[in-house]
Write a protein that binds this ligand. Structure first.
Ligand code: GLN
Length: 182
């Protein structure tokens, strides 16, 4: 299993560590050719404007839109997947929706598809999903605001599952990367 982590900006290293701990091979993706042969791709948190500029600079937008495998977008990665950015997911992200620095927080989250105790989720200047189309399944909410969603092979969460020790969200993602796509 070879999983790419978009490594233009943001928290890609921690995703790599967690994916490797789960037994996946990891490739940092910086240019288009790095997408070849991947079984899945993570778009990490960071700063969505900076990340979008990097995607433009490296001419990655069309290649990311054409990528056929599963994608996990976290925090800024959720924003990058939304209608106003790559347009891969039928969601509208609201940036810094919980407020800025002061509204960084942790929460115990029930996530549809993850069994066992709630997931300890770290939110850092997080977005929420302000609206979504019919093909989108909301997996978790905080105070009535959607913070995790699935649309077929695409999974987006507003928090940082790569921080801490709970790897269940990455396990869920890896289960969808069955090694048959390239
Ligand atoms: N606030 C950031 C943005 O709007 C996202 C924060 C994060 O990824 N932790 O891009």
């Amino acid at each position: 299993m070879l999983v790419g982590v978009l490594a233009l900006q943001g928290g890609f290293a921690a995703h790599g560590r967690m994916l490797r701990a789960l037994g996946a091979d990891v490739r940092e993706v910086r240019v288009g050719a790095d997408l070849d042969g991947l079984d899945g791709l993570v778009i990490p948190g960071g700063e969505s404007t900076t990340m979008s500029l990097g995607i433009e600079r490296e001419r990655l937008a069309e290649l990311l839109r054409a990528f056929a495998g599963p994608i996990l977008g976290t925090c800024a990665g959720l924003i990058v997947l939304d209608r106003a950015h790559l347009g891969l997911m039928d969601i509208e992200a609201r940036r810094n929706a919980f407020g800025r620095q002061v509204r960084s927080f942790e929460a115990d989250l029930e996530v549809a598809g993850i069994d066992g105790p709630p997931l300890r989720a770290v939110f850092i200047r997080a977005p929420w999903i302000a609206s979504h189309g019919d093909g989108v399944e909301i997996l978790a909410s905080v105070d009535g605001h959607a913070v995790a969603a699935r649309q077929g092979r695409l999974l987006a969460v507003a928090f940082h599952p790569e921080l801490g020790t709970d790897a269940r969200l990455h396990e869920l993602f890896l289960a969808s990367c069955d090694g048959t796509t390239d």
